[in-house]
Design a protein around this ligand. Structure first.
Ligand code: G1P
Length: 288
């Protein structure tokens, strides 16, 4: 079954980017001429998803504004002969639907995702953390296929050095990695001490979840850091249902801190046909 909805949690205050985030949500920071959020949306659309549910905060009205159609601006661009730009604005929400829901208090990732329950309904759904930008839709599409064939939830993972696992959710594998890069999972743990971590495979911000996740999310109790942790809801699923991880082999850009964001801007600029040439030239000159 094709996953139709993607939940994008975007209610955070972006404290690591203050004062830049005082007035502009970090999800709308530009990567070239695109807001970072649109890059995540394009990844979802490329994997066949057509309903984007953004979990925002009332303190970030610009997120909902991004999805509002601006007929006056579109008409002005058309009149000025800038139909290519007008077309890009028309494309926002054209063959897909955006729903913005609100998380009124910061109670953790599990709680944020739970705010999307009514908008998604009783069907499998993706969760996409917008602090990570992927180079393509291939990973999410593969995860969707694994969810359909196994009937269970699927998480994306990457292998990292042991000392880094304490910043992430970590899987406890139930078996070997297959040739397709899929690992059965028996348990998960949020931000373990490296000494206690069950593996070096960390959760990397992409999930395809079966709808029973809603019940587990609703039943969450405060976990690590006193927050309602999505990882704890997944653990309950892994304990009783098929649960798999897909090892990501797409490029991944961590935009969760200012340096990562700057690097992502450059790396994604280097694959953008309009920017690639002059940007590469500039970087080559910098080396001298
Ligand atoms: C969240 C999840 C964690 C995951 C990480 C990926 O943590 O709780 O399991 O590994 O995202 O970026 P956060 O970065 O919000 O602390």
């Amino acid at each position: 079954m094709q996953v139709r909805s993607a939940v994008i949690p975007a209610a955070g205050l972006g404290t690591r980017f203050l004062p830049a985030t005082k007035a502009v949500p970090k999800e709308l920071f530009p990567i070239g001429d695109q807001p970072a959020l649109q890059i995540v949306i394009d990844e979802a659309l490329g994997a066949g998803i057509d309903h984007i549910v953004v979990v925002s905060s009332r303190d970030k009205p610009a997120i909902a504004d991004y999805f509002e159609r601006d007929d006056k601006l579109i008409a002005a661009l058309d009149d000025a002969g800038k139909t290519d730009v007008a077309d890009r604005l028309r494309a926002i929400g054209k063959d897909w639907r955006a729903t913005v829901v609100y998380q009124d208090e910061p109670r953790g990732l599990g709680h944020a995702v739970g705010c999307a329950r009514e908008a998604v309904g009783d069907e499998p759904f993706a969760v996409m953390l917008p602090d990570e930008l992927m180079g393509s839709s291939a990973l999410l599409a593969q995860m969707n296929g694994v969810c359909s064939s196994t009937g269970g939830s699927v998480v994306a993972v990457v292998n990292v050095p042991r000392e880094e696992v304490s910043s992430y959710g970590v899987i406890d594998p139930a078996g070997e990695l297959t040739a397709d890069g899929v690992i059965p999972v028996k348990d998960l743990v949020e931000k373990p001490d490296p000494d206690d971590a069950p593996s070096n495979f960390i959760l990397t911000g992409r999930y395809v979840l079966t709808p029973d996740a809603w019940t587990e999310i609703a039943a969450l109790r405060p976990g690590r850091a006193g927050e309602l942790q999505l990882t704890d809801a997944l653990r309950a699923q892994a304990a009783r249902s098929p649960f798999h991880a897909v090892v990501s082999d797409v490029s991944r850009h961590d935009t969760g801190n200012p340096l990562g964001f700057l690097i992502a801007t450059i790396e994604l600029g280097l694959v953008n046909p309009d920017l690639r040439g002059p940007l590469a030239e500039f970087l080559a000159e910098l080396k001298h």
